[in-house]
Ligand binder design. Structure first.
Ligand SMILES: Cc1cc2nc3c(=O)[nH]c(=O)nc-3n(C[C@H](O)[C@H](O)[C@H](O)COP(=O)(O)OP(=O)(O)OC[C@H]3O[C@@H](n4cnc5c(N)ncnc54)[C@H](O)[C@@H]3O)c2cc1C
Length: 418
């Protein structure tokens, strides 16, 4: 019997999952595994990498993935421990001949994958990775990752002109896995918004809600900069970050909506934003380490200092700016803030408080449920003026932003409760 192991990471879905489909195609049986490590133990700049909100979302996503497997005749194995310690042992115990997994984008994760590949080769197990998280498949781009343009507009124009988004794969109907005891992922307390439920089913429901039921996609371009509410933006990000939904599935639904209902600037603009996501992911592949450096892609960082008391005030919503305090409270408590608010908060840390931008990025990494290595560090570097920007960063005027987006003070009073 041929058996393959599918190592799940940020691809917690059965729909449009090429890794899973290839393993099913090449084997009689697959062993789907997720390794749960205590990320709270991992720190950068002394800040724990993952807060409870994201942890809860991942655990919910895993339980939903388990249901996806069980409804198709199989089970997902959740292992407490790291892939580097557990994967080889599992391959030997279950006589696995090949491991299938998603290609990683972060530098540490990539290094880990290549170490694991060597470990597995030593015991005669093949290792294959697949690109499953971008809208455009990297093989379809009109340039190699090494030659990706530095500026987004050039990237977008070339990609749109010379590449096509592939059709998403349907979910498999049946999944054969060996028998093993299944334990549900433990649930933990969370204070995230009600709509932010982890898992593929919830992600698909949100897709249907935003595009078809509320048809909020019709006006997305005009509403996307708002600070509060459910439908002013898609809210796809957390499901995208954990791979509960694929960008190609979103794209194919947008195309269907454009064909059957309406096609306008707003429907296109969601695709435009997904292209930003792709852009940062591909740029990360080109510069796997640079986005974590003070000077980023090579420009001189404006501010290099770190003042712990300023960090405390910023993170705890105790600065002199009530808009900033509201945003930081929302981020800390709910694990989500709108794109405009992220820009304002990041700009204030860099230009208002004049601090090393990387501490801000690390705090966002801790708090955000939708944390994504490329989108977070890429956007932060961009705002700080050390990323894919040739304008020296982006500073937001707080007074002006308040007038534009919270003139009546509703947002500030909602999140400034002391
Ligand atoms: C400082 C900063 C940090 C950020 N950190 C993250 C992060 O860790 N994870 C994350 O997913 N996004 C991040 N973003 C991008 C963006 O703010 C969020 O993707 C967006 O607010 C999520 O809400 P939404 O799904 O309703 O987005 P929508 O406005 O509905 O956009 C649709 C999708 O397009 C993508 N997208 C939108 N804007 C951007 C952008 N600027 N860069 C990359 N992709 C984008 C997202 O996948 C999003 O779900 C960050 C932005 C800033 C300024």
């Amino acid at each position: 019997m041929k058996r393959g192991l599918v190592w799940f990471t940020e691809d917690l879905r059965v729909d449009d999952n090429e890794t899973l489909l290839k393993a099913l195609e090449e084997n009689d049986e697959i062993l789907p595994v997720y390794f749960w490590e205590d990320y709270a133990e991992k720190r950068q700049f002394s800040i724990p990498r993952m807060g409870n909100s994201r942890k809860a979302f991942i655990l919910e996503s895993l339980n939903n993935l388990q249901q996806q497997f069980q409804s198709r005749g199989g089970s997902l194995m959740m292992v407490n421990g790291s892939a580097e310690n557990e994967l080889s042992r599992l391959c030997q115990t279950f006589s696995v001949r090949k491991v299938y997994t998603k290609k990683q984008v972060g530098s540490e994760e990539k290094m880990l994958q290549s170490e694991i590949k060597q470990q597995l080769l030593k015991i005669g197990v093949d290792f294959q990775t697949y690109s499953t998280s971008t809208l455009y498949h990297p093989d379809d781009l009109p340039f190699s990752v090494r030659d990706i343009p530095m500026l987004f507009t050039k990237f977008r124009k070339l990609a749109e002109k010379e590449s096509k988004v592939r059709t998403p794969f349907d979910a498999p109907l049946r999944i054969n896995t060996p028998h093993f005891e299944v334990f549900p992922a433990e649930m933990i307390e969370r204070a995230t918004p009600d709509w932010m439920v982890g898992g593929e089913d919830a992600g698909q429901q949100r897709l249907a809600e935003f595009i078809w039921k509320s048809q909020s996609i019709r006006t997305y371009k005009e509403t996307r900069d708002q600070l509060t509410g459910l439908n002013f933006s898609s809210k796809f990000s957390a499901w995208l970050s954990q791979g509960c939904i694929s960008p190609r599935r979103i794209y194919s639904e947008i195309k269907r909506f454009e064909h059957e209902v309406v096609s306008n600037e707003s429907t296109y603009w969601v695709v435009f934003e997904l292209l930003w996501r792709d852009f940062f992911r591909f740029s990360f592949k080109k510069h796997p380490k640079a986005y974590f450096l003070l000077n980023g892609l090579g420009q001189q960082a404006l501010y290099t200092q770190f003042d712990p008391s300023k960090f405390e005030a910023w993170t705890q919503g105790k600065t002199s700016e009530s808009l900033i305090n509201a945003g930081m409270n929302e981020l800390r408590v709910s694990g989500f803030v709108s794109n405009r608010m992220r820009q304002i908060l990041a700009s204030y840390w860099v230009f208002g408080l004049q601090q090393d931008w990387r501490y801000g990025a690390a705090w966002f990494e801790h708090c955000l449920v939708d944390y994504d290595v490329a989108s977070n560090w890429g956007n932060w570097a961009y705002i700080a003026g050390v990323g894919n920007d040739n304008r020296g960063g982006r500073e937001f005027n707080i007074e002006k932003q308040t007038q534009l987006f919270d003139r009546d003070g509703e947002y500030r009073s909602k999140w400034n409760t002391d």
